[in-house]
Ligand binder design. Structure first.
Ligand SMILES: Nc1nc2c(ncn2[C@@H]2O[C@H](COP(=O)(O)OP(=O)(O)OP(=O)(O)O)[C@@H](O)[C@H]2O)c(=O)[nH]1
Ligand SMILES: [Mg+2]
Length: 247
């Protein structure tokens, strides 16, 4: 972990402009405040990039605009918002570094938020390897796209953050490895009341456990003695969420 931070510090020192990539579905949860503080301290331009916008609702986007400035919404998968982001990078760069045309841009954020996919979308071709599994980018990679020079980084989570349920929900830990998938699903239910119920077509039961049981029964995810296998069902829900099936 410490070596990841060393690397982030190096990238912040090297880059002219920093992009902090957030998941548009849960920007507050994927915001690493330590990174924001570090960038603010050195006084370099910081742009919030809310990616996976194809999976996020309109209200979420409107709300996020108030908190994250300047921010740009992007769907790297659908190549939306990339021109806007390029323009924003140039605006911020020219404001901070008068007379300059080319800039190096450090791309930071939690694991698996979509940093490498974003760089590929900006470049218009696959240069940075991506993966549904978190922790894919291992070291720093430099990718040139015209006058812009991107520095891809491995994702980092806040130094002392130990929150397995949250990490599973945001995809930092993938569904196959989540230790207590039910807790991650409950976290998701807190964040988006009713979303899971609607997707799986069950009523808004008494409590979260009951809702999960109802989904397991509906999907015939049953264990010994015909009892609902909530752990297996929770893992499946986590998978549907991480793969962007639940919107
Ligand atoms: N729906 C959707 N999925 C996306 C988007 N951008 C990235 N993804 C998916 O998110 C997953 C992670 O993408 P990466 O670009 O590898 O994420 P990363 O932040 O570089 O991850 P690490 O290098 O592991 O830190 C992949 O399965 C991508 O296909 C997007 O705009 N929309
Ligand atoms: Mg990556």
């Amino acid at each position: 972990m410490a070596q990841f931070w060393q690397l982030v510090n190096k990238v912040i020192a090297e880059a002219d402009i920093l992009l902090l990539v957030l998941d548009a579905r849960m920007p507050a949860q994927t915001l690493n405040k330590e990174v924001v503080d570090k960038v603010r301290r050195v006084g370099k331009p910081l742009i919030f990039v809310l990616t996976k916008a194809d999976l996020a609702g309109r209200e979420q986007a409107e709300l996020a605009k108030k908190f994250f400035r300047p921010c740009v919404f992007v769907s790297a998968k659908q190549f939306q918002g990339t021109t806007m982001l390029r323009e924003r990078i140039l605006i911020e760069g020219k404001k901070a570094y008068k007379g300059r045309e080319g800039f190096s841009i450090g791309v930071l954020g939690y694991p698996n938020v979509g940093k490498s996919t974003l760089i590929n979308a900006l470049k218009g071709k696959r240069s940075a390897p991506t993966s549904p599994q978190a922790g894919h980018t291992k070291g720093v990679q430099r990718i040139r796209a015209g006058s812009l020079y991107f520095i891809d980084t491995p994702g980092v989570i806040p130094y002392m953050e130990k929150n397995p349920a949250k990490h599973a929900m945001i995809g930092t830990v993938d569904f196959t490895k989540a230790k207590e998938p039910d807790l991650a699903v409950f976290e998701l239910m807190d964040l988006y009341p009713g979303k899971i119920e609607v997707f799986y077509g069950v009523g808004h039961g008494e409590g979260k456990e009951e809702v999960l049981e109802a989904i397991a029964i509906k999907r015939r995810m049953l264990g010994k003695g015909g009892k609902p296998d909530t752990q297996r069902m929770a893992r499946q829900i986590l998978r549907d969420w991480q793969e962007g099936k639940i919107r």
